[in-house]
Design a protein around this ligand. Sequence first.
Ligand code: SF4
Length: 285
Amino acid sequence: MTKTKIEWCDYTFNPWIGCQPVSPACDNCYAERLCKRFGKDCFGTGKERIRTGAKNWEFPVKLNRKAGNKIYNHTADGFIRKDWGDDHKRLLASFRPKVFCGSMCDVFDNAVPDEWRKDLFRLIADTPYIDWLLLTKRIGNAPAMIEGAMSGYDSGFCGLPDNVWLGITVCNQQEAERDIPKLLDVPAKKHFLSMEPLLGPVDLEKALAWQSDVVGIDWVIVGGESGPNARPMHPDWVRRIRDDCEMFATPFFFKQWGEWYGMERIGKRAAGRMLDGRTWDEVPE
Ligand code: SF4
């Protein structure tokens, strides 16, 4: 587990490493490049994934203890008082670290032994002061794998632990229409979209049209691609999603332009993360 520079979370945790491409969003997979550079042969069909060491698995437990102590010190007993205002509640929520689980893998990868996933879900359930951000490109696998991983757990609980924010990567309209309904079908504390790399225009309203009353997306993150073969992202694609989020009152987080700014490749640092003169750092409460 490491402290991360990713703008929308505090830490990354990889229970294992290795994966295989399943989406156009995977074409320039950073994790695969990194593994190759370090001589780890764990990407692709038939390649065994590599489980990370026991020391790495101990970090979340320590982090959970630290966050729990902080919350107890502020509340005396861990419970939020009814008469506390929004500022106080926000302060307490800020003590909960956000851990992005799986920056070098996919939690719902079917090449991973079920036992590893069981261990991961127990770790998540046993660290309630952490908000775990599970981001997948394989949401279709999630229901059966969650049930398998949580079955027989002490509490008899077969859904996701309630400290999980479940998210999917969506890079184009086709993925939005195919995967958003599947995401919303899995009960979770929060549902989010990571639209990075965004590779085409996406009409979220159309993707959500099947939902007549409730709009269940709690958070949308958008970002352009970085790295050697990065593809450009049109500013109007970003604006459209931002406008849809405003219409749905959904928090919108603009992570970065990536290597391109409009149709010009100027480098990630120069392109920055301003959209229409400001940054967009909204996060759900
Ligand atoms: S799902 Fe993620 S880790 Fe796996 S190949 Fe695609 S981009 Fe890489």
